[in-house]
Design a protein around this ligand. Sequence first.
Ligand SMILES: Cc1cc2nc3c(=O)[nH]c(=O)nc-3n(C[C@H](O)[C@H](O)[C@H](O)COP(=O)(O)O)c2cc1C
Length: 404
Amino acid sequence: MFTFLTAGESHGRCLTAVIENFPAGVEVAAADVDRDLARRQMGYGRGDRMKIERDACEIFSGVRERKTLGSPISFVVWNRDWVNWEKVMNPEDNDPEQAAGKRITNPRPGHADLSGALKYGHTADVRNVLERASARETAARVGVGAFARALLRHFGISVCSHVIALGEVEAPAWSPESGTGLSRISELADRSQVRCLDKEAESRMIGRIERAKEEKDTLGGVFEVVVGGVPPGLGSYTNWDRRLDARLVRALVSIPAVKGAEVGPAFDNAHKPGSHVHDEIFLRRAGEPMSGHPGPFYRKTNRAGGTEGGMSNGEPIILRAAKKPIPTLMKPLWTVDLSTGEPVQASTERSDVCSLPAASVVGEAVVAIEIARAFLESFGGSNLLDIDANYRHYLKRISGGHER
Ligand SMILES: Cc1cc2nc3c(=O)[nH]c(=O)nc-3n(C[C@H](O)[C@H](O)[C@H](O)COP(=O)(O)O)c2cc1C
């Protein structure tokens, strides 16, 4: 099983990731990782921290001549801001005056501050919590996601995302009938400051962020992740923890501030009769053009969002994630000072007004990781060539002996 661990504090020296059990022979360069790191940093509404950081990864192990070796992969993303925090966040000695100046005892409602301080005994300085609870950690996960993507790319599987609601402003969800091909979602979203495919909604979203900034408030919203080229049968119905849909939702809700996720239009479907929800099955006739996915069967609709019975069904996987507004408010909410017990205003460290476009890129990464894991469970091997052979064999079998 391909696994990974990330480490690093928001204002520490760097973020680190170690990836284990990743197959040999996958082509990946630091530039591939950097491209996704840069995409995570973009987006209207980010705070000044993103002006300081120019995230880039330095690969330390597990890759040689731009190909994975099968040995543990490790990389770091250096924090440029470290120079400003060296005397506060040092693992050895800090400057007592500077460290005291950065001490926090007024936990923010909506953040990990209070529960984390109670759990780990950090009530004297909540910084010990927020440094790791910060979503800066997601830079490392986006790095891991780039490796997963490199594997998936070899098999024609792509993962993209876009924003479909920001505050109360809504934009249409994606569907094959929307006129935008799946392959163009990324290109268009990457060009938008809020990763929105709809130009009119985009300008209203930007206006809404401006207003929130003036009002010293913050915003959340909904992003959609679409996975194309997935074969039927990733995941499994045989045990609860192998269900692909459950794993994808878990991955999305693991992103800080994402509080809900659905597969396809799940909440809409809940209000409709079955005849308006389930996707009828058709056999592709010989000579008919293949749609984006492998396999002999297809649907004319995709209201299931690409999974049935905890497995991919060959249609694009469509996921939506709801992100709450950022907890750090420049017009702070009330809280309790942990050193005095007195009511005080919550801390206000430099912060984003809206990080939804960034969260959407993180969403791509965590979904790519989970799809890659499910793919390796089904077709795994230590070398890409073996995985390739297994996958071809599978495609041949499910096509009744006719290779694509
Ligand atoms: C990409 C990204 C950037 C974020 N930036 C901030 C930020 O600048 N300030 C902040 O208070 N929260 C930010 N958050 C949200 C917090 O990290 C999150 O609300 C906090 O860790 C508490 O976890 P929870 O919301 O999942 O309960 C960000 C989240 C993401 C995904």
